[in-house]
Ligand binder design. Structure first.
Ligand SMILES: Cc1cc2nc3c(=O)[nH]c(=O)nc-3n(C[C@H](O)[C@H](O)[C@H](O)COP(=O)(O)OP(=O)(O)OC[C@H]3O[C@@H](n4cnc5c(N)ncnc54)[C@H](O)[C@@H]3O)c2cc1C
Length: 382
């Protein structure tokens, strides 16, 4: 096993593997530490079309994912509304994504050790990582170890990250998966139930932002959903749980995500969207921002990275927090979904919101979509 490296990256999810690939391509000695990857991390696996527009290197991934063009949005025990998505959402298994990304990192020259980092401490000019197979020393440390990050807890304990609990069931062996993704809202839930069709199975899960739902209640909501939305005989689900990490970064101070010879990327930095819980896109983007900041040199790295992250994510997080307060926590979003079955205005607003959050579109595009859908819905009703 390798005992030292210039850069040690803890975690080989989307953020860690892409960071490894980009830094190794610069000729930097990179060691990725992750005991599980590639693995089926509990996740919806939904990738917005905007991600492929932004990162052309991901084009090959499309053949391993499933594009979904239709959404059904529902309230518990009420008829659902059907929407055509402006751009598809691509559904992928996390094992498939992890394998693809790890291969790219290894091809670029990064090393991977299948070990868990138990603890870490400063050592001289770098860091000492305690792993289950002994110590590893690195000059630079990158925390890409997800929402409950060990690296963040040790290197940046003041960075407050909110952890939203989730549960997932992967219904297998149920034949062909549906062509439509489903989002279901409930009056007592700041969050949602999702049903995402992948190539050969479905990811059905629930996210509860406010942390008041316990595991049994989350599993119960999934079972209730599955009983209604079964495509055939119900296979026993494979259950898993995880948290989604969002920091209180807003527009403001991103300085906590990096410091002397360390940086955090992806969920470890709290980069998941506080409204939707999506984080793969931002995890991949943060890897690119860190690689770009590397050019600033060791002394300027932390400041350069924090600045790039603020520029890239500041507005998105501010809008997402606003949407969460106005649509999620207030219950207005649930009421809008209820009205959408009978009101063209509410229907078109829900359609435009779904496109905006999945496609990360601009305000003008949101308004154009709202207006266009409203016109079509009124014409169809006339
Ligand atoms: C149930 C659920 C559903 C979601 N659905 C979506 C979705 O549909 N679309 C979307 O965009 N986002 C979704 N997300 C968010 C998405 O999963 C994360 O934002 C994304 O995976 C973050 O990538 P990451 O690389 O930062 O961390 P992760 O993907 O969490 O990877 C972290 C890696 O670090 C490793 N690790 C952890 N601790 C250690 C340690 N001590 N030592 C070594 N290795 C370690 C883990 O094994 C793991 O491989 C969902 C999240 C959850 C929980």
């Amino acid at each position: 096993m390798r005992r030292s490296a210039e850069v040690g990256i803890v975690g080989a999810g989307p953020a860690g593997s892409r960071t490894a690939a980009l830094l190794a391509a610069k000729g930097i000695e990179v060691l990725l530490l992750d005991p599980k990857t590639p693995w089926e991390k509990p996740c919806g696996g939904g990738l917005p079309a905007a991600l492929f527009d932004e990162l052309s290197e991901l084009e090959d991934l499309k053949s391993l994912a499933r594009p979904v063009h239709r959404a059904r949005v529902a309230l518990t025990s009420r008829p659902a509304i059907e929407l055509a998505l402006d751009q598809p959402i691509w559904m992928i298994s996390r094992h498939t994504l992890g394998r693809w990304q790890l291969d790219r990192a290894l091809q670029a020259g990064a090393y991977h050790e299948r070990v868990k980092v138990r603890s870490l401490s400063r050592s001289g000019n770098g860091w000492m990582l305690e792993t289950v197979s002994g110590p590893v020393t690195v000059s630079h440390l990158i925390g890409a170890d997800g929402a409950a990050s060990t690296v963040r807890n040790a290197a940046a304990p003041d960075l407050a990250v909110e952890l939203a609990p989730t549960r997932v069931a992967y219904p297998l062996g149920a034949g062909r998966t549906p062509d439509t993704l489903v989002l279901q809202f409930d009056r007592g839930l700041t969050g949602y139930v999702w049903d995402f069709p992948r190539l050969d199975h479905r990811s059905v899960g629930i996210m509860a932002c406010d942390g008041t739902w316990r595991r049994a209640a989350l599993d119960g909501a999934i079972d209730e959903f599955r009983a209604v939305h079964k495509p055939g005989p119900l296979a026993a689900p494979r259950r898993a749980g995880a948290v989604i990490g969002t920091a209180q970064l807003g527009h403001g101070d991103f300085s906590g995500i990096a410091g002397d010879r360390f940086a955090l990327v992806g969920d470890a930095a709290g980069f998941a969207d506080p409204f939707t819980g999506e984080g793969i896109h931002n995890a991949l983007r943060s890897a690119g921002l860190l690689a770009e900041a590397w050019e600033a040199g060791v002394d300027e790295l932390a400041q350069a990275y924090a600045g790039l992250a603020r520029e890239a994510f500041g507005t998105q997080f501010t809008i997402a927090r606003l949407l969460r307060r106005t649509l999620g926590e207030s219950g207005l979003g649930v009421r809008l979904v209820g009205w959408a079955a009978s009101s063209a205005l509410a229907y078109s607003f829900v359609a435009a919101t779904l496109d905006a959050v999945s496609g990360k579109t601009s305000l003008s595009r949101f308004l154009a979509r709202w207006y266009g859908t409203l016109k079509d819905a009124r014409a169809a009703a006339a």
